[in-house]
Design a protein around this ligand. Structure first.
Ligand SMILES: Cc1cc2nc3c(=O)[nH]c(=O)nc-3n(C[C@H](O)[C@H](O)[C@H](O)COP(=O)(O)OP(=O)(O)OC[C@H]3O[C@@H](n4cnc5c(N)ncnc54)[C@H](O)[C@@H]3O)c2cc1C
Ligand code: SF4
Length: 526
């Protein structure tokens, strides 16, 4: 990692910390002497604009960075913080590190590997760009390192999350009774399919009113990024570790007990239900994922939350989150180009405007625009599902998901979108496409009752668009999917269907697809 050490500077060690590395115990800080270290945090134009992130997402990251810098300073660290508005700001991480090298003449640069491929590529060029040695530490905030995941994946025919997850349970000892899973089962997903009930009354997640720092950042965002997607004025995300801990405590005591049962439910106008809303804090580094799981585990052992809820929540974090990150590094850079189903249709405009008669879609886009958030099933079974069955080009869908969510970083967004929602990796991650008709949405939500469409009507005017598009998707991709034994049964259903009905389905689908208005230029990039 080093280059001619005798040319390196005589100054302190320079520790650049990226915007999603806001963790006190970061590997590049651990064991460092405060009087021999300059911590560098950088607001840079390239990162804020490589896609046109939701306004709340930029405000969240800059505010959390500014708070983190202030906390480090209070703790006695020397912090060099470059603001977006600094007249000499170079606009990129590499450019800002180069300027910091001139200012501090460091004898070494220490950084933790980046979450995203694009940024990591840039960092890996630093040893050739800078005269001082550069050390790149593995990101030990993940339970499973990139190398360990690679070893796990090697030689396996299928890379099912479930088996990976069991290893993470064994590794952490979380919800384990000796070498057996607590309660006798690894996975309680079967109990987690509760339908929305009109009496559901989830306690709202805490909201954090902007303080002076956040308000100043919001002003900057409104001025510089006011043309980006999303509302800014109802910003309420935790921006410090203390706030994130408060949000976590409220979740664990108030919503975790019902998290499992209603994990897949969707209710019009109710954006979070029993979900934790902790992804932004975990992804920024404000909360430690394993610590969060151990606190959830305590709720189970104290008898305050049932096993299906606690196991379900823990599985999302040490199972899905770790697995998704492992898959990202295993599949990059090819994953970004993957398009196994050869989907080429442009993204419809209503993904940005929410202007559609499909009540489920309009509600999910509203939540996304207003809060930079939608929960997992809204992302997967409404927004992702529509893109899948309508054959939208994966790269346009990926850009959309990367732009619109406050928790979106490519390492977690891309595998979820390309592989889980769109099956663009030909099933490396998901054994079958998550394609569904309106019947699924109807059974798991209260959307359909007041929709102008009806899932009971299968084709023609007033039919729920998800139905004809679902069949059109299956028929379009029959050569690829028919041999998949998790899908083959639906082809038998199709073949048994009356021919007129089949023709009606396909004619309806063609009409719906022809009516999709492509998004105008400039929403995601440029
Ligand atoms: C198409 C699609 C796109 C997604 N894009 C993102 C994204 O950009 N960023 C992101 O953090 N998550 C993404 N997810 C995963 C998941 O939807 C969000 O993590 C979750 O909705 C965040 O809300 P929450 O904190 O209330 O989660 P909860 O439902 O309370 O779950 C608890 C935690 O588990 C983790 N988690 C759950 N599911 C996943 C998953 N599939 N992958 C990774 N972590 C998971 C998160 O850290 C989350 O905070 C995506 C899922 C889909 C289907
Ligand atoms: S009827 Fe179809 S479009 Fe309308 S809310 Fe239900 S699933 Fe969505």
């Amino acid at each position: 990692m080093s280059q001619s050490e005798n040319l390196s500077g005589a100054g302190p060690v320079l520790v650049p910390i990226l915007g999603d590395q806001l963790t006190r115990g970061l590997a590049s800080l651990a064991g460092r002497a405060k009087d021999d270290t300059v911590v560098l945090l950088m607001e840079v134009w390239d990162e804020a604009t490589y896609v046109k992130h939701h306004q709340q997402k930029i405000a969240l990251i800059f505010s959390a960075m500014r708070h983190f810098a202030a906390e480090l300073e209070q703790d006695g660290w020397t912090v060099d913080y470059t603001r977006l508005t600094d007249p000499d700001n170079a606009g990129s991480f590499t450019g800002e590190v180069a300027r910091a090298v001139e200012r501090h003449d460091p004898r070494e640069i220490d950084i933790v590997e980046a979450g995203e491929w694009r940024v990591q590529q840039a960092i890996e060029e630093w040893p050739d760009k800078f005269v001082c040695p550069v050390t790149i530490h593995p990101d030990d905030r993940f339970l499973c390192s990139i190398g360990e995941f690679r070893d796990w994946a090697e030689g396996r025919k299928t890379l099912q999350m479930e088996y990976f997850y069991r290893e993470m349970r064994r590794k952490t000892g979380i919800l384990m009774a000796g070498d057996q899973p607590e309660g006798g089962q690894w996975n309680y997903d079967y109990d987690n399919r509760g339908k929305p009930d009109k009496n559901l009354n989830p306690p709202p997640a805490p909201k954090f009113a902007p303080d002076a720092v956040t308000s100043e950042v919001m002003g900057l965002v409104a001025e510089r990024f006011g043309d980006h997607f999303g509302k800014l004025d109802n910003f309420a995300w935790p921006v410090t570790r203390a706030q994130a801990e408060q949000a976590r405590a409220a979740f664990l005591t108030e919503r975790l007990p019902d998290f499992g049962t209603y994990q897949d439910a969707m209710v019009h106008g109710s954006d979070d239900l029993y979900h934790s809303l902790l992804s932004t804090s975990i992804n920024l580094g404000l909360l430690d994922p394993v610590e969060t799981c151990k606190l959830a585990e305590e709720e189970y052992y104290a008898g305050r939350a049932p096993i299906n809820a606690v196991e379900g929540f823990i599985r999302q974090i040490i199972g899905w989150r770790e697995y998704i990150r492992g898959m990202y590094w295993l599949e990059m850079p090819g994953l970004r180009e993957a398009n196994a189903l050869e989907a080429v249709r442009p993204l419809p405009e209503f993904y940005w405007t929410g202007e559609t008669d499909m009540r489920c879609m309009a509600d999910c886009v509203r939540s996304t625009r207003d809060h930079a958030h939608a929960h997992h099933i809204q992302r997967l079974m409404v927004l992702g599902n529509f893109a899948l069955i309508a054959g939208i080009r994966p790269q346009e869908v990926e850009d959309w998901f990367l732009v619109v969510y406050a928790d979106a970083y490519e390492w977690v967004e891309l595998p979820n979108v390309a592989a889980m929602a769109l099956w663009a990796d030909k099933g490396r991650l998901a054994t079958k496409p998550y394609a569904a008709s309106g019947n699924y949405i109807n059974s798991m939500s209260d959307y359909c009752g007041k929709c102008v469409y009806s899932p009971a009507k299968k084709s023609g005017d007033g039919a729920c668009p998800f139905g004809p598009l679902y069949w059109n998707f299956l028929i379009r991709n029959r050569p690829l999917l028919e041999r998949n034994n998790r899908v083959s049964r639906v082809y038998s259903n199709w073949d048994r269907m009356d021919e007129t009905k089949r023709e009606e389905y396909l004619a309806s689908a063609e009409k719906i697809l022809a009516g999709l208005v492509p998004a105008s230029e400039g929403w995601a990039r440029g």
